[in-house]
Design a protein around this ligand. Structure first.
Ligand SMILES: NC(=O)c1ccc[n+]([C@@H]2O[C@H](COP(=O)([O-])OP(=O)(O)OC[C@H]3O[C@@H](n4cnc5c(N)ncnc54)[C@H](OP(=O)(O)O)[C@@H]3O)[C@@H](O)[C@H]2O)c1
Length: 305
């Protein structure tokens, strides 16, 4: 397939593009600046343009069979008012501009796989959440709902829309793990807050495999939880990470206010959570290479890594 990818230069995009190229897809990656992009394998090329503003890049979108929308400013930072505006607009405007570009598309059957997040469900206690779970409230939940509805507008154009609700993506060299591991190391592996909060995660390799699966399984549309089948409580994640890193986990829990001081409102993401299950993927026969946290962490940060 000919695929157009926004945000493809980031943490998820790197692994995803390698995977899609292996499958023989032809890829165009939209980037805001060609100056800081990594080299690409054959079969992929860059297009310079800012998805947050309308421009000549939009003319190219409709030449592709599939659009994978990953663009968005990082949320792994303190959430000041101006950062929140950037986090929100870099997703909503980008998505609206893609949908606008699709109005003039030349390809009949078009697939829009648009990133979303389990933040959609808000922070929940122990309730298991599949794709039918209710939307939550708060900054991330409100943002995610608006982001998804911007993507769903493409359905009115006859486009198949899949909302890939990512859990916390665990991979090497970036993402949440790069932020969490120093915290664990400073505190010798203490649980965060009361440690009972759920942590719904996905291994980057599994996430990269989910996209070709969704491109193939055209009967799937709407929200798809992209999380491992084995979410864990923070205290169990901490214990496992401590064992894998060979660090003791006997210190008292990191108090919530310290996380708030270090990470600002973003720290709330680590103190509260949600227990999400990938029902649509498992019902459709998707095979997770890393269904449980221990195997994922051993692969990513274990002694042989
Ligand atoms: N990583 C996770 O744990 C996680 C969890 C849930 C949801 N997600 C979502 O999945 C998507 C991909 O995640 P990721 O971890 O790969 O993100 P990432 O590493 O931060 O990369 C996102 C890409 O978006 C583009 N971008 C950054 N700021 C932008 C802005 N202001 N306007 C437009 N584009 C901008 C950049 O591409 P250029 O600089 O080349 O334009 C960047 O490479 C994001 O939308 C994220 O919200 C990720």
């Amino acid at each position: 397939m000919k695929l157009f990818i926004t945000g493809g230069t980031g943490f998820v995009g790197g692994s995803l593009i390698t995977r899609l190229i292996q499958d023989g897809h032809e890829i165009t990656i939209l980037t805001r600046s060609l100056k800081r992009v990594p080299p690409l394998p054959g079969g992929a090329s860059y297009l310079e343009g800012d998805p947050g503003t309308e421009g000549p890049w939009q003319k190219r979108v409709g030449e592709h069979d599939g659009i994978i929308n990953l663009a968005g400013a990082s949320i792994f930072r303190r959430w000041t008012d101006s950062e929140k505006k950037l986090i929100r607009e870099s997703r909503i405007l980008t998505t609206k501009n893609i949908v606008k570009a699709l109005e003039a598309r030349r390809v009949d059957e078009t697939h829009l796989l648009s990133a979303s997040a389990i933040g959609y469900y808000g922070f929940q206690e122990d309730q298991e959440l599949d794709e039918r779970g209710p939307a939550g409230s708060g900054f991330l939940a409100d943002l995610t709902r608006e982001w998804e509805s911007a993507s769903l507008a493409a359905e009115g154009l006859g486009v198949r829309v899949v909302l890939t609700r990512f859990g916390v993506v665990l991979g090497k060299g970036g993402g949440a793990l790069q932020k969490i591991i120093p915290l664990f190391k400073w505190w010798l592996g203490s649980p965060l807050g009361n440690g009972k909060q759920w942590f719904s995660w996905v291994h980057l390799q599994d996430l990269a495999n989910i996209f070709p699966f969704l491109l193939e399984h055209r009967e799937i549309s709407g929200p798809v939880n992209c999380t491992a089948p084995g979410p864990v409580r923070n205290v169990d994640m901490t214990k496992t990470l401590g064992e894998v890193l060979n660090k003791p986990t006997f210190m008292p829990a990191v108090p919530g206010f310290i996380l708030g001081t270090v990470l600002g409102e973003f720290g709330s993401m680590l103190l509260k959570g949600q227990r999400v299950l990938p029902k649509k993927l498992t019902d459709s026969g998707f095979h997770f290479s890393f269904p449980e946290i221990r195997g994922a962490l051993e692969d990513l940060v274990g002694p042989s890594r």
